[in-house]
Design a protein around this ligand. Structure first.
Ligand code: COA
Length: 339
């Protein structure tokens, strides 16, 4: 079996910044409430770029960082819950725009855990020797599925993309775990088109094939308290589990790179793990929750700042709609060329 090394990272964030005060102009909220309850100060919102546009830009930067040409890629996996189209996949559109002519390309749906799932899936192909070079991307324009009148959600979610190039190597992914709990599906959801065609007549919410507990709305609905509880339990669990049987403990880990949802979730997780909260890399104050993009954006930012160096152990950990969760224990191998 081979291993999988991250040999390049890239990110793209739209220019347009929306502050908490900006949001307080149209919903009943305040900078104080949002900052204290979430840690978010501002977020980037896309005015012109859709999910594919941002994915392509993040991908170009990751390829440049890895000094790899798109034609050399064997595989492209895009994690997104906000694709431009039901089909074709975002990954096929990215493939065409990059000129990655040899690559197999497909999307996956694991919401905020999307990057972790994509890393695992692409990693399996590389570990078995089927492919050698892969591009994985998390790209989201959540602003198009946010209800901008719902203060419970519109203060949290935002837009952005992050990418990583994976190549066959000797070290990299030390251990990983993925998990799903579909019984919690309705706690964080966004419906697609209802079951309705020439033969159904107009169907009610309860008859639309997904069960009546789903509220049929084409924007995000969330039980914030339930998701908070889930996150606070699952994050420490994933972190401890991914270390099990590896011979490493938390003190060997340089930094934990979590999905960026809420500072209070990270503080609670740090408390449960009895670690300093600085062990978590945090940038959610600037970007809000960009779902599957948040971890690769953070990794790229850390690499750029020279915060991660060859030999460092990292844990990436996430949770999200589905419900889904997962983590990887990684040995970082890439020398930063951008310090
Ligand atoms: N501004 C002001 N008040 C708000 C508000 C906002 N943006 N959003 C909610 N409130 C109000 C609520 O309506 C409620 O008012 P009420 O007591 O009159 O009913 C009050 O604040 C407390 O609501 P509550 O839900 O208990 O707040 P909270 O401390 O749990 O914080 C979240 C709410 C959403 C920030 C928090 O639950 C959370 O972060 N959950 C996880 C969400 C998440 O990460 N989702 C993505 C996962 S990938």
């Amino acid at each position: 079996m081979y291993n999988v090394e991250i040999t390049g990272t890239g990110r793209y964030l739209p220019d347009f910044r929306v502050s908490n005060d900006d949001i307080a102009q149209f919903v009943d909220t305040s900078d104080v409430w949002i900052s204290e309850r979430t840690g978010i100060k501002e977020r980037r919102i896309s005015i012109r770029e859709n999910t594919t546009d941002m994915a392509v830009e993040a991908a170009r930067r990751a390829l440049q960082d890895a000094e790899l040409r798109a034609e050399e890629l064997d595989l492209i996996v895009v994690a997104t819950v906000t694709p431009d189209n039901f089909f074709p996949s975002t990954a096929c559109l990215v493939q065409a725009r990059l000129g990655a002519t040899r690559a197999v390309a497909f999307d996956i749906s694991a919401a905020c855990t999307g990057f972790i799932f994509a890393l695992s899936i692409a990693g399996q192909f590389i570990k078995t020797g089927q492919y050698q070079k892969a591009l994985i991307i998390g790209s989201e324009v959540l602003s198009k599925i946010v209800d901008w009148q719902d203060r419970n959600t519109c203060v949290l979610f935002a837009d952005g993309a992050g990418a990583a190039v994976l190549e066959r190597g000797k070290q990299g992914i030390i251990s990983e775990l993925l998990g799903s709990d579909g019984t919690g599906a309705e706690k964080l959801a966004c419906s697609a088109v209802p079951l309705q065609n020439k033969f159904t007549g107009t169907c009610s919410d309860a008859e639309n094939g997904s069960g009546s507990k789903f509220i049929r709305r084409d924007y995000i609905t969330m039980n914030g308290r339930e998701i908070f509880k889930f996150a606070v339990n699952i994050m420490p669990e994933c972190i401890l589990q991914v270390l099990e049987n590896t011979g490493y403990s938390l003190k060997d880990v340089k930094q934990i790179v979590p999905h960026q949802a809420n500072i209070r979730i990270l503080e609670a997780a740090a408390k449960k793990l009895a670690i300093n909260k600085d062990k978590f890399y945090v940038n959610l104050g600037h970007y809000g929750n960009t779902s599957g993009a948040s971890i690769p954006i953070a990794l790229d930012e850390m690499a750029e700042k020279g915060l991660i160096n060859p030999g460092d152990l990292l844990i990436i950990v996430g949770f999200g709609a589905g419900l889904t969760y997962g983590a990887q224990l990684l040995r970082w191998t890439k020398e930063s060329s951008r310090k």
